[in-house]
Design a protein around this ligand. Structure first.
Ligand SMILES: [Zn+2]
Length: 465
């Protein structure tokens, strides 16, 4: 039994949900069985929000298990399987388990429609020319979204190619859509080639995922370097576009009329202002997701926003994953908190965070790619801030630029926990770079130089072993 949720949505959402449920209960085996076990077989049993809140949660694990039992898509299909014409899936990078979500043509259109609404909220106008840095399997959805918006979509195979910047100018691309990782790389490439991004004509950059576009220092850096306005948004395969950034910093508005949003304290399952996002996509009918536990941590604010919008808003976007919180010594922390601290410093071009055990004690190694001209005070400030964020002093290793892996248009993986399962450190350092890194350590930490020298030798030996 769930306590009444404190974020009660408007009554009209309940009517919408009943319509959806009526459709789903007719032919969807997964939800028919699930809700029957909870005593709900008919839409007439759902008349109040309390009735809704008594419906059981749906978890990703449950749906993946169902897919394994009944491959490829499981029993959560409202339409006959032959009607599903497109498949989207998660890579499973975070969870280790890919999750398939088939779409019927109608659901495909609804998906594109939700995305188009998100882009309109973010200020996309008819005639804009957009380049999406995304995996090509999602291109059909982006194309349909672009068609609905009246924009022109330019597929780009490799933004690292020598003529990419010329293509932006020649094709008059004025909008980019990307993970923050690729924008960092784009800025780096432009600097190397002595190209002024501000002169290319890009006016808007939409970021999604990772720590980045919504993080004020990163946003300011992107805007300064590109001359474009940077707007962040939140979305997933389960929701399409879910929320877009407000003009007020650190605030995201949930798209109206599309979702029932609930928030729960993950361990106690009690409604909360800050906790796990539980989502019902009102537009997902053919692969429905009802009271779906997203695993994303959010903080919700139901008060009217200074911008005038009354729809609920998220403070700070996605704060982390419920399963992503790690315990380091006696401190609980989301890896994203460490990333946010590092991303405040634009001197850091790339980084990797590695947790391991040193004589049974939790240890954090942070590798930072920084330019040789980085100011020593800035480096010391970052070191101090990392200690404050983590709760104890991590070992910090400055490295030369271009030492650590890049991720292209994929999501970056920069946090590795090797305390329980021994993993392979995802990068190797050449003797030349080692020597320069040693020099950097010498410059930055001359007070502790001998101490760091010893630490550095032992760590780099471990890495290249
Ligand atoms: Zn607002």
């Amino acid at each position: 039994m769930n306590v009444k949720n404190m974020n009660t949505p408007p009554k009209s959402y309940l009517h919408k949900f009943k319509k959806l449920l009526n459709y789903v209960l007719r032919s969807n085996e997964f939800y028919r069985k699930k809700f029957k076990a909870a005593g709900v077989t008919n839409t007439n049993q759902i008349n109040t929000w309390d009735d809704f809140y008594n419906l059981p949660f749906t978890t990703r694990d449950e749906l993946i298990k169902d897919q394994h039992k009944r491959p490829p898509f499981g029993s959560n299909l409202t339409r006959p399987i032959s009607e599903y014409s497109f498949v989207i899936r998660t890579s499973g990078t975070l969870t280790g388990k890919p999750f398939q979500q088939p779409l019927t043509p109608e659901e495909f259109n609804r998906f594109a429609d939700v995305m188009a609404r998100g882009y309109r909220e973010m200020g996309v106008k008819k005639g804009d020319v957009i380049c999406y840095f995304t995996s090509s399997y999602a291109y059909p959805l982006f194309y349909e979204t672009s068609r609905l918006l009246g924009t022109r979509m330019v597929p780009i195979e490799d933004y690292k190619s020598i003529d990419f910047f010329e293509k932006i100018k020649y094709l008059k691309i004025n909008t980019l859509h990307s993970f923050p990782t690729a924008i960092f790389e784009l800025i780096e490439l432009a600097q190397e080639r002595h190209i002024d991004l501000k002169r290319l004509g890009v006016r808007k950059i939409f970021t999604i995922g990772e720590v980045g576009g919504g993080h004020p220092p990163t946003k300011a850096y992107f805007e300064k370097m590109s001359g474009a306005k940077v707007i962040d948004h939140i979305g997933a395969l389960e929701s399409g576009t879910f929320a877009t950034e407000c003009t007020n910093p650190n605030t995201y508005h949930i798209l109206e009329n599309l979702f029932i949003t609930e928030v729960f304290e993950p361990s106690s399952n009690r409604p909360a202002k800050k906790g796990e996002l539980v989502l019902t996509s009102l537009w997902r009918r053919d692969y429905p997701l009802i009271r779906y536990r997203t695993g994303d941590m959010i903080e919700i604010d139901n008060s009217t926003c200074p911008c005038g919008k009354i729809s609920p808003r998220l403070k700070g976007g996605i704060l982390g994953r419920t399963t992503g919180q790690v315990k380091l010594r006696s401190y609980f922390i989301f890896p994203e908190e460490i990333e946010r601290t590092i991303r405040q410093y634009h001197e850091v071009k790339e980084y990797q965070i590695i947790c391991n055990k040193d004589n049974g004690v939790d240890n954090v190694d942070i590798y930072l790619e920084i330019s040789v001209t980085t100011n020593k005070d800035c480096f010391n400030m970052l070191t101090a801030q990392l200690q404050e964020t983590i709760g104890f002093q991590p070992k910090i290793y400055p490295l030369l630029p271009k030492t650590l892996p890049r991720f292209g248009s994929r999501k970056g993986k920069r946090f590795h926990d090797f305390r329980i399962t021994q993993g392979q450190t995802p990068f190797k350092i050449s003797p030349y770079r080692k020597a320069i890194a040693l020099l950097l350590i010498f410059v930055f930490n001359w007070n502790n130089r001998l101490n760091n020298f010893r630490k550095y030798i032992s760590v780099t030996e471990n890495i290249t072993r």
